[in-house]
Design a protein around this ligand. Structure first.
Ligand code: NAD
Length: 498
């Protein structure tokens, strides 16, 4: 058992260390680490380090920052496998999936490497006679990131490469359930030449989060997690006058039309519902089978789901690992039971799964529920486990209505061979990220990621162009260098162009 410390001002520190939390290996069910849970004094130390580092980092040249970003990119790239192991051991996801998460995070670093281009301003020559107007963007100061357990590498990477590239300094408060990856990343930043204090990690729970939300020197907060906490973060940070983006939970629907290739759709539905044991904010947790697609699709999906190999994340044969905690397993199993009691048909039941040699692991098998109705708990709740709920609908319009009636609006997908249906869908759904024959439409790093409705509070999506906008504020300069003799007389009327 090791003790996981904070990373403040370029070094590890136990801080006040009056409280700690347990970190489990979900495959074995064993407690493997203890993690420090920050008190307000630890948060104060991290913010102070970031505030001090901001003085010089914000003044560093674009070229100096680019060099550090490129070096960091190389180091992360060289450590993809090691990071995947760290993620798998604390989250439970299989190694190939964990490596995929690191790869998607790496793409954000690569995007941020283009900072000289991304931070270019605008220039209007001779906007008025002898007057030029130009704009540029400046960093905000100390930015905080509060992140969920399900992507311990990728989600923080949606934030800090962009924030740091823009000249900000950063305090990360990762999930206390899988904290180790963040300390590993801090070491890579140090090796890349990032000055001490630009990137800090405080581990903790609500106490640390509240201290960040209330700290007057924190200029901006990026949050990713469940909807109730996202709403809370948005309210608290806004009330404290901070810029805030708070990404919340999801209930992502995939519509399958009868004209789709049903084999293809079933394969992709199964992968999107059960990959990472359904613990993805972009997982497909609800399928809407339209018209005649229903019965054949159910047969194909259930067969496919039954073939998923469940096992420890470190075993290369495993396709799906355990869920993150014993409490998560109990909640998921209880929701399946409620679904059954409320009238859903359990076509495949993952409850009570025991994996040989890993009997204490937190495993739940793939579960398929048919004939789910919108009033059932399995439909209204974000289950966040390997459970696919299937609803039947008569038409594509009815399916779109169902999606739009849902409080979440993170991602959605359609399986069809009709361009017309796809276009009706893409224009009709009130959802931020849409896939057409693509079940998990996570945008590339040079686009921005974000949902609508209860899936995002705040007005900017994360990374990509909206990330640059979030982590900077604009200045517009109107300038004149008058030759005194040629200058027009000053006038008291409101300035207009001439
Ligand atoms: P969570 O909301 O429980 O925790 C997220 C973060 O908030 C953690 O750092 C945690 O320590 C902190 N936190 C927890 N309770 C808090 C409280 N009462 N006050 C202040 N801070 C608190 O989420 P989770 O279980 O770690 O992650 C799963 C959730 O995240 C799911 O709902 C999932 O959909 C969502 N998620 C959303 C996205 C997205 O892009 N929209 C991406 C990933 C995950």
């Amino acid at each position: 058992m090791s003790f996981i410390e904070h990373w403040i001002a370029g070094r590890l520190t136990a801080g006040g260390a009056t409280r700690s939390g347990d970190v489990f290996n979900p495959a074995t069910g064993q407690r493997q680490h203890e993690v420090a849970l920050a008190d307000p004094g630890d948060v104060e130390a991290a913010v102070a380090a970031a505030r001090e580092a901001f003085v010089s980092w914000s003044q560093s040249s674009l070229s100096a920052r680019t060099k550090v970003l490129f070096a960091f990119r190389e180091l992360v790239n060289a450590n993809v496998d090691r990071l995947a192991e760290i993620v798998s051991d604390e989250h439970g996801k299989v190694l190939s999936d964990a490596a995929g998460e690191v790869q998607r995070g790496l793409e954000v670093i690569e995007f941020a490497c283009g900072l000289p281009q991304l931070l270019k301003g605008e220039y209007s020559d001779q906007a008025s006679t002898g007057v030029d107007v130009f704009s540029f963007r400046e960093p905000l100061g100390v930015c905080a990131g509060i992140t969920p357990f399900n992507f311990p590498v990728m989600v923080p990477m949606w934030m800090y490469p962009v924030a740091i590239a823009c000249g900000n300094t950063f305090v990360l408060k990762p999930s206390e359930r899988d904290p180790s990856a963040s300390n590993f990343i801090a070491e890579l930043w140090r090796k890349a030449g990032l000055p001490d204090g630009v990137f800090n990690v405080v581990h903790g729970d609500r106490v640390a989060v509240d201290a960040l939300l209330q700290h007057p020197d924190v200029a901006a907060v990026s949050f990713v997690g469940s909807t109730p906490i996202a709403r809370y973060i948005h309210q608290q940070a806004s009330a404290a006058g901070k810029r805030v983006q708070a990404l919340g939970g999801a209930k992502n629907h995939a519509i399958v039309l009868p004209d789709a290739d049903l084999d293809f759709a079933a394969n992709h539905l199964s992968a999107a519902a059960f990959g990472s044991a359904g613990e993805r904010c972009m997982a497909i947790s609800a399928a809407v089978a339209v018209g005649g697609a229903g019965d054949p699709l159910m047969e194909l999906v259930t067969r496919k789901a039954g073939e998923v190999v469940v096992g420890p994340g470190r075993d290369p044969r495993s396709e799906m690992g355990p869920v993150v905690t014993a409490a998560a397993r109990e909640r998921i199993e209880s929701l399946i039971g409620t679904g059954e009691a409320q009238g859903a048909k359990v076509l495949l039941d993952g409850r009570g799964l025991r994996v040989a040699g890993y009997e204490d692991g937190f495993f739940v098998g793939p579960t398929v529920l048919d004939q789910v109705a919108p009033a059932m708990d399995v439909y209204t709740e974000e289950i966040f486990g390997p459970v696919l709920s299937v609803v039947r609908a008569g038409t594509v319009e009815a399916a779109i209505e169902l999606i739009n009636a849902n409080p979440y609006g993170n991602g959605t997908a359609i399986f069809t061979s009709s361009g017309e249906a796809a276009r009706t869908f893409q224009r009709g759904v009130k959802v931020g990220m849409i896939g057409i024959n693509v079940p998990i439409p996570v945008p590339m790093a040079y686009y921005s990621f974000g949902g609508w409705k209860d899936s995002l509070f705040g007005d900017r999506h994360i990374h990509g162009p909206e990330g640059i906008s979030f982590y900077t504020r604009g200045k517009v300069v109107t300038s004149r260098w008058p030759q005194v003799a040629a200058a027009p007389d000053a006038s008291l009327h409101f300035p207009t162009a001439s």
